[in-house]
Design a protein around this ligand. Structure first.
Ligand SMILES: [Zn+2]
Length: 74
């Protein structure tokens, strides 16, 4: 059983970072988790709960990181 995105985990503010959020359990930032189960630590309660429920971490990243527009050297 797989879900495309795992975004229903409890989140909290990163300390002193009002615009950044992290998983309540494993404290990994949401931008690093990126909606992926494997983005959580293997010890994360949320990840463990879903894995126990039969969800799998997606083996390969579906989305390739798109490089920001780098300055071209002309
Ligand atoms: Zn987590």
């Amino acid at each position: 059983m797989k879900k495309l995105y795992y975004i229903d985990y409890p989140q909290e503010h990163v300390q002193d970072q009002m615009h950044r959020y992290q998983c309540v359990y494993c404290k990994v930032e949401t931008t690093l988790i990126n909606g992926k189960l494997e983005g959580h630590l293997a010890t994360c309660q949320y990840r463990l709960k879903l894995e126990t429920a039969g969800y799998e971490a997606l083996a390969s990243a579906e989305e390739k990181p798109t490089p920001q527009d780098a300055d071209d050297f002309d």
